[in-house]
Design a protein around this ligand. Structure first.
Ligand code: MG
Ligand code: MG
Length: 271
């Protein structure tokens, strides 16, 4: 029932891709709701409660909760936190902050995984630009998901785009992954490196593409909670993620409400 190719990458049938799309839309709608809800004075734990209710109201299961002991529905990573921040009520969000919200859900046994970074109120211009560069880097990676292309074309496109935008740090030890009947499946998807290498894309492969970009260096460390990844220099970081299926007709962005149409059109225009 669950087919894998010779590289151990799960290959979904068109019917299974449809189920991935349904799971992806739960995550996409949840993140859209969080984007509309977030405001100064809220805590990351407030956002977590909204996310858990939204996911369960759709008949889905929050996949992060209990994953290797993670205690919440979302990862909430504020300012210098890169990924895997644990939402708490200890600190209110303030104007000028940036928060990355990462969210996953399981519907009918299939996983969706997606992340956005949003500004809280007015933020510094360099943070607005950091968010834009990170999201556009993700779209440049996603655009490479075409039958016959190479896995490493993703990281190459992501890194090349970021390097062309200015001096940013790219954490090297975190990246994307295959996704399907589990959240994290083979293969690992780097956000850097040479293209033209590794397995070739086949229709039915699904990946989570998730660049992280730092204002300072790419160096990071993990806090004593064993989860929260922060920048070593204390400067801010942004993170975007979509789950994407390779189809004969090109990439289908499972967690984007429009299937990725607008983001991919922007890449095609050379933006
Ligand atoms: Mg994620
Ligand atoms: Mg992921």
């Amino acid at each position: 029932m669950f087919k894998k190719n010779k590289h151990g990458i799960q290959i979904k049938s068109p019917e299974q891709v449809e189920k991935m799309r349904a799971a992806g839309l739960v995550v996409g709608r949840t993140l859209q709701l969080l984007r509309e809800s977030v405001q100064p004075g809220m805590t990351p734990l407030d956002l977590d409660a909204i996310a858990e209710k939204a996911i369960r109201d759709e008949g889905a299961i929050p996949s992060f909760k209990g994953y290797q002991g993670f205690p919440a529905t979302i990862c909430a990573s504020v300012n210098d936190e890169v990924v895997h921040g644990i939402p708490t009520d200890k600190r209110k969000l303030r104007p000028g902050d940036v928060i990355s919200i990462d969210c996953g859900a399981i519907l009918d046994g299939w996983h969706g995984d997606s992340a956005i970074t949003v500004p809280i109120g007015e933020v510094a211009d360099e943070l607005t630009e950091l968010i834009r560069v990170t999201e556009d880097a993700m779209w440049h990676g996603i655009a490479k998901l075409r039958v016959g292309g190479f896995l490493s074309d993703i990281g190459h496109a992501v890194e090349k785009y970021i390097r062309g935008q200015g001096r940013y740090g790219i954490p090297q030890e975190y990246g994307g992954h295959g996704i399907g009947t589990e959240m994290h499946m083979d293969p690992w998807v780097a956000n850097h490196g040479k293209g033209g290498r590794g397995p070739r894309f086949e229709a039915g492969m699904c990946f989570a593409i998730e660049p992280m970009v730092n204002l300072g260096t790419g160096r990071t460390k993990v806090l004593a909670d064993d989860w929260t990844v922060v920048t070593l220099d204390g400067r801010q970081s942004a993170h975007f993620e979509h789950s994407v299926a390779v189809t004969a007709g090109g990439p289908l962005v499972l967690t984007a409400l429009d299937g990725g149409e607008a983001g991919l059109a922007r890449v095609a225009r050379g933006a």
